[in-house]
Design a protein around this ligand. Sequence first.
Ligand code: 5RP
Length: 267
Amino acid sequence: MDWGMQNRLGQLMPNGRCFFMPIDHGYFQGPTRCLEKPGETIKPLLPYADAIFCTRGVLRASIDPLNTKPIVLRVSGCSSVVGKDLANEELTTSIAEIIRLNAAAAGLSVFIGTDYEKESLKNLATLVNQCEDYGIPVMAVTAVGRELEKREARYLALACRIAAELGARVVKTYWCEDFDKVACGCPVPVIMAGGPKCETELEVLEFVHDGLQKGAVGINLGRNVWQSPHPVAIAKALRAIVHDHASVKQAHEIFKATKKTKPTTKA
Ligand code: 5RP
C-alpha cells in the first residue's frame, strides 16, 4: 500500500479501530433532529471521534479547518426523502474537490438489490478509480433506504462483499444478528452505522460491543449519539468500547458517571 493511502487509513483508524461521527444526514433528509446546526452538534463530541463524515457544504459552512478531525467526505447524493427513489444517487463531488478539501477518505452509498443497483455500483467503481490515483481510500456505505428489513446477515454480507470487490477500502454497514457472517465474508475493514435511535443507551452499547466482538473494526454512529439526551456521555462510553476494549458494563458505568457530570444538550 502506498504511503499516502497508509497514512490516511492510519489517521482514520488509529490502532486499527475507529469511531467516525456522521453528520451527513442532511444530504437527503434536510435538517435532521439535533443536526439543525451541525457545527454546534459536533463541537462537544469531537474529542471522542476519530473522524467526521460530512458533505462539502456542511464542511465549509460548519467545521473549523483549524480545529477538527480527519474528514470522510460524503460524495454521493442527488436524491431526497421526498423524492421518488432514495437509491437514485449520483457522484456529487469531483476528485479535485476531494483533494482541495484535504479529505482523508471519500464515502458514498451503494443500493444493492434496488432499481439503481447498477448505477450506484458504477458510482463506486468510478470513485475508486479516481481516488486510488491519489492514495485516497473510499468508504462504501451499504444503504438500505426505507427498507430497514434488509438489515440482516445474508443481505448485508452480500452487499459488503460486493463493495469490497469493487475496491472500497472500508465498508460501512449495519449491525445485525450473526454479524460475524458479515465481517467474515468481507476482505476489508467493516464498520457499523447506528440506524434510527434505539430506545436506550444500553441497547446501543450492547450492539456495538457485539459487532466489535464479531469482527467489526469500529463504528460510524450518528443519531444514537447526537439525538441522545446525553450525547457526550454516550460518545465517551462508545469510545471506551471501541478503543479501550471496555465491556458493556464498564461502558455503561462510564455513561452513567459522565451524564451526571457533563452538561447535556436537549434531545
Ligand atoms: C446516512 C449515513 C449515515 O452516515 C449513517 O447512516 C450513520 O448514521 P446513523 O448512525 O444515524 O445511522 O450514511 O446516509
